[in-house]
Structures are given as structure tokens and as C-alpha cells.
Design a protein around this ligand. Sequence first.
Ligand code: SAH
Ligand code: SF4
Length: 340
Amino acid sequence: MRRDIRSLSQDEVTDVLAKLGEPRFRAKQLDEWVWRRNVVSFDEMTNISKGLRSKLAESFFVGVLGESARQESVDGSRKYLLRLGDDVEVECVGMPSGRKLAVCVSSQAGCAMGCAFCATGAAGLTRSLSAEEIYAQASYVAHDLDMRATSVVLMGQGEPFANYDNVLKAMRLLNSPDAMGIGARHITVSTSGIIPMIARFANEPEQFTLAVSLHSAVQKTRNELMPGVKRWSLLHLYEMMGTYADKTGRRPTYEYALISGINDNENELASLVDFCRDTLCHVNLIQLNEVPGSPFQPSSPARAQDFLRRLHNAGVEATIRESRGADIDAACGQLRQRRR
Ligand code: SAH
Ligand code: SF4
């Protein structure tokens, strides 16, 4: 059976070519076609001889993502429903602004964490994605918009740290000058807070950016909102983030989606300030995106401003994140599997 050339590591590609008696630089050429130019067949690889192209085509195919659906937002963002080899579908989003292109990719089809406010969580987990499938989403979006991706966030469907090895491999591919060449600081992974994996992540040598979904600094509230991580206490998270900051010198982001009447009262605000004060962090206040069938409503913009002010007064770096693509259900937490 023929294998997908995209599923091979660079070393494996080099091996295959060496066995065919090809010089080492051929691997680099092949890589360029597959990963940078995003070709769909060996025939397009014009600087590779016809003979070699047909030899490769005997054992391999150039795996492609099928497109099941797409939607374009008034703000220029595009959401794609892409189909993987086994017909599993995932969503990803391209957000161009000027010459910059931010891409949001999925790390799993569905998610097992079950956060109460999240559309992805409601559907459960289908499966984890391979590194190549994660990478290929970014490459697909960049190719479609005819732009270079300048940043990638792993904030689509799935809990990235429940698929740690593949996610890290994908981040390294995105970072590699031989593939997409995106600076490590511009590659962000967001986790709901799987502590042992944050510990691992703190030891990785790259300057990748880490975001942690906090959503409440009150244990009871967070347990209810994020049942998938309730086995780790907030104190545990607090300590781990201190270790992370000490080890890496990097400023992690806490994501906090403001939910009316749930995590936006005075006690919640005071707890959030306590959690963050005197630590290296940045708080991203997110307006909750409404999910059909969910009882949760976003807080008022005035309340979001209160949070921002109080955090600033306590010396905590914070911003209110503008949501993009809300009109196409592509904003945070609105990605889920469904056919249109
Ligand atoms: N699973 C990872 C990353 C993907 S979700 C995680 O949870 O961190 C990206 C961000 O969107 C997370 O902070 C998530 O908590 C948040 N989110 C989920 N549902 C949302 C909603 N309905 N409105 C706003 N943000 C939401
Ligand atoms: Fe999974 Fe993140 Fe959604 Fe929680 S918020 S269910 S971890 S995708």
C-alpha cells in the first residue's frame, strides 16, 4: 500500500531517497514542495526528474486535506472544515490582518475535557491528530489565502496537552526553517491546564508561548466550568505556573472568558487578582461567545472593563481580546464538528 509522504519524518525521507541513490539535497527539495509549496502531486515537483517522481509515486502519495466546507467572515477571517485521510473532519481558521496571517488550528477532532461553555467539548473526543495533520491545517490555510502564516495558535478543537507528543512535533515543524519557519514566540499552545504536561512543556528548549485557560480562580466555580481538570487544584496550577515562569522566563497567558453571573462577581474578581498579582502573567479577558443550547451569557462590556481596570490597578498585565469571526461561529469555543 502506498504511504502518505507527509506522514514521514525528515530523516525517513532522507533514508528513502538515499536508498534510491539520490543526493542529500534532494530531501530538501522534496520537503520544500511538500511543506512549503503545499503541492498535491509528485508531478508538480518540476526540479525533480520524471524518473524519480514516478519511482516515488510507486510507494507514496502526497496526502491532502479535503475541504468539506468553508465560510468567510465580514472581517476577512476564513473558517475551514477540513477532511482528513479517514474522513474525520476538523475546523481551522485563518485571520489575515494587513500582511500578517494568524492561523488557528485543531489538535484533536473533538475534545474529551467537557468544559461547560465550549461547543467542542459537548461533542466528545473523536481522535487525536498526527503532527502532520496539525501542521497541514496551517499550511492549507496559508496556501489558500496566498500568504505566509506569521503566527499559529493551537486553539481550535481539542486539548493539545492530551496529545502532547504530536503537538510538540507539529510546533517544531511550524518553527523549522525548512518548513514554515514561524518564530517560536509566535507559536502558541493553549491548555485547559493539564499540570504534568505543563511541567514537561517548561523543559522544552524552544521559546514557544503558553496559554492556560483559567476562567475562574475560585476552585468550586472552576470545577463546574472545567470538570476535565478538576483533579488538579488551583493551588497546584499556581505553583506549576511559578515553576514555568522561573524555568523559562516566559510570560504565560491566562484566558478568562467572562460569563455573566458565573465568574464575573466581586469574589471572582478578587480571587483572579490574587491569583495573578506579583506573578509573571498576562490575562486575556475574552467575551464569552454564545453557544447554541448553552445557558451561559457573556458579561456586559462594562463589567469586562471593571475587570481590566482592577487587574491593571493591581499591577497585572491584562487585555480584552477582540473576537474575530463571530459571525461565522469561528470565534473561541465555537468550533465543533458538524456538517453544513
Ligand atoms: N482546549 C484548549 C485550547 C482550545 S480552546 C483550551 O481549552 O485551552 C481556546 C480558548 O477558547 C480556551 O481558553 C477556551 O477555554 C476558550 N473557549 C471555549 N469556549 C468558549 C466560548 N464559548 N467563548 C469564549 N471562549 C471559549
Ligand atoms: Fe476542550 Fe478547550 Fe473546549 Fe475545554 S475549552 S472542551 S479543553 S476545546
